[in-house]
Unconditional design. Structure first.
Length: 137
């Protein structure tokens, strides 16, 4: 994670950036849902690029930003942990392939009201992820 990528926005860098080791142009690197839940919104902004926010079954909102293109899912769609929800990208205010993750108990994310929380409880606690491995918190 590097806050210098976001210096031009004048704001703080919040959430967690997750990148893949070997992204290839022209090849989609999948982004998988980390939880069971419901799609809350699919959006685009100049800062976050293409994004999808999922409302996990356990509550709150999980934002995924800088996606390669607009997700085919729409608000109200159900997702299961491990479902492909998007492709890793660099849309919005970045030029590095990654997904920006934020978790909040309310739908307003940190860039608007500072409501984000540490999403690391959703990450695998040890070991190394392998290609197509699902993350199981």
């Amino acid at each position: 994670m590097s806050s210098s990528l976001y210096a031009s926005t004048g704001g703080k860098h919040t959430g967690v950036d997750v990148a893949a080791d070997n992204v290839q142009d022209g090849v989609d690197t999948p982004v998988y849902s980390m939880t069971d839940g419901t799609v809350y919104s699919v959006s685009y902004s100049e800062l976050g690029g293409h994004a999808i926010t999922i409302q996990p079954d356990f509550g709150g909102y999980l934002y995924h930003g800088h996606l390669k293109y607009a997700p085919v899912l729409k608000a109200g769609d159900e997702v299961k942990k491990g479902d492909k929800i998007a492709a890793l990208g660099h849309s919005g205010a970045t030029d590095i392939y990654h997904v920006h993750l934020e978790y909040s108990k309310t739908p307003e994310m940190s860039n608007s009201l500072g409501n984000d929380e540490d999403p690391s409880f959703l990450f695998q606690k040890n070991g190394t992820l392998k290609q197509d491995q699902k993350i199981i918190p």
